[in-house]
Design a protein around this ligand. Sequence first.
Ligand SMILES: NC(=O)c1ccc[n+]([C@@H]2O[C@H](COP(=O)([O-])OP(=O)(O)OC[C@H]3O[C@@H](n4cnc5c(N)ncnc54)[C@H](OP(=O)(O)O)[C@@H]3O)[C@@H](O)[C@H]2O)c1
Length: 404
Amino acid sequence: MERKNLTLGVFGFGCVGQGLYEVLSRTQGLKANIKKICIKEPEKARSQPPTLFTSNRDEILNDPEIDVVVELINDDVAAFEIVSTAMKNGKAVVSASKKMIATHLNELYDLQQLYHVPFLYEGACCASIPIIRNLEEYYDNDLLHSIEGIFNGSTNYILTKIFDDAISFDLALQEAQEKGFAETDPRMDIEGHDPKFKLCILLLHAFGIFVKPEHIFNFGIDRLNDFDINYAREKHCRIKLIAKCRKVGNEIYAYVFPHFVNGNSQLTNIHNEYNGVLVESAFSDRQFFTGKGAGSTPTGSAVLSDISALSYNYRYEYRKISQQLAAQKALDLKVEDTLLLNNNIELKIFVRYSDVQDVPIEAFNDIIEKYESAGFKYIIGTIQLEKIIDADWVKNRAINLIAL
Ligand SMILES: NC(=O)c1ccc[n+]([C@@H]2O[C@H](COP(=O)([O-])OP(=O)(O)OC[C@H]3O[C@@H](n4cnc5c(N)ncnc54)[C@H](OP(=O)(O)O)[C@@H]3O)[C@@H](O)[C@H]2O)c1
């Protein structure tokens, strides 16, 4: 197949933008030339000639020579404006902005169909791990049971440093920021929003369903204290921030929670900024993908892979959506009978607290273990996820929850 020459207009020259520039300049074979890079602050010193840069987005969006817009900025509102305008102007688009993509999945899907332009975003999910392309090309919806994993490099780096080097949470976060692993607003990482955005994107490519981020529960690692860490160590466990989704019949369960993991889980040995994705399907059983989930060149390489795919006219076919629609039509299913997100799933959780009145024991199906000391107390019990979502006691920052 003949390969197209591409002229690129890039938005953003931060951690990922510079990573892309580096990997592109060291890659042979791909004929893709960056014509212009749009940045926010024109006064900032740059490592490349000033003529390459502009702060006027129209210089890229309205340039007929530019056939691919690569969006790598840290402002999700501006990112959506840029990406949607580029598509309306008939340009192919590559993006790594997970928050923007997860928030606008429906509109972005429609824009692709309406303007017949490809939109690729492998770098938005677990950076260097080619999970979207695998879900698109390899797995069949009916055979896919579940996806779970460590989807956030920054929090995995923090947790690794806490457990291996015994450094404080704040220092580990600062290191993650210095290394370019953290989001501009680190609450996106530590509160578990970022892995949830990736889960929304993967749910579309795995099962063909559009789920809004606000409909998926996320709990982060921002309340972790020494008691929780010592508890994990005593039990020969680590704590990992894990995103999960599972298809059971017509229902999909999806959530993000910190988990205690031990040697039985492949995720236990995923350290630093690495991510790990476990896919479970009917016949191949369990498959495991791992790779760097954050950072300049690992993310840049995923973006480069998308640009390379565009040079072969690749686009996502969203086959799982078509499969869903076909099944619906063939069986004359009602909307409520098709795949739907459901939060009525039982979780086993550890709850650490200091005041007994703060935790409604009656909300639990079962209490398996209880511990009380002068300082901290904990229970381990089973509870329905829907009883955690929006519960006032869960909003109390003196309480921490970790799944088992
Ligand atoms: N860092 C990672 O490991 C990683 C991994 C996967 C995905 N991502 C995603 O990739 C995107 C970029 O992340 P990053 O870490 O590279 O961010 P970053 O280092 O903070 O860089 C952001 C860049 O965006 C530019 N920018 C911001 N608003 C702009 C606007 N309105 N128009 C044009 N340029 C604008 C900034 O310009 P100035 O240089 O003038 O400030 C800067 O060059 C984010 O969506 C992030 O979630 C990051």
